[in-house]
Write a protein that binds this ligand. Sequence first.
Ligand code: SF4
Length: 135
Amino acid sequence: MPSDSVPSQNSMNRMERYVEKYREKSGTFGHPESEVTAAVVLGLAQHIDELGRPLCPCNFYPDKKAELEESRRWVCACNEMKQFKYCHCLLFTNEEGQPITEYLPEDHEGRQVYGLVKDPTPDKGREARHQIGKN
Ligand code: SF4
């Protein structure tokens, strides 16, 4: 399936529900510009149709299927989100639409681009924080 194809309504609904629930669970918000969320959800839904899994649409993969066979690292919510609460697609942000960078290593690109962005809800999310450094 080409990456610019229209995703099925079923996959769109599935991703919309997932995003809403995961924001609640992780204590994050949607970007104030709704087009940002719409574009990412569309990309995730296209990947569900194409690959059966919501592979992150904001990365380049030389081979998407091989990427999925190798690991679940970039299946949404990805490892970076579950460990550091950082979403480089801006699907899960603070209320101002900035990605949370507080927990990232200082040499991570996210820290370099956005500086230190504190977590407004530190009691939520980061369900895989114990895996930091393991994958
Ligand atoms: S960066 Fe991670 S959490 Fe954000 S959309 Fe991509 S896979 Fe999902």
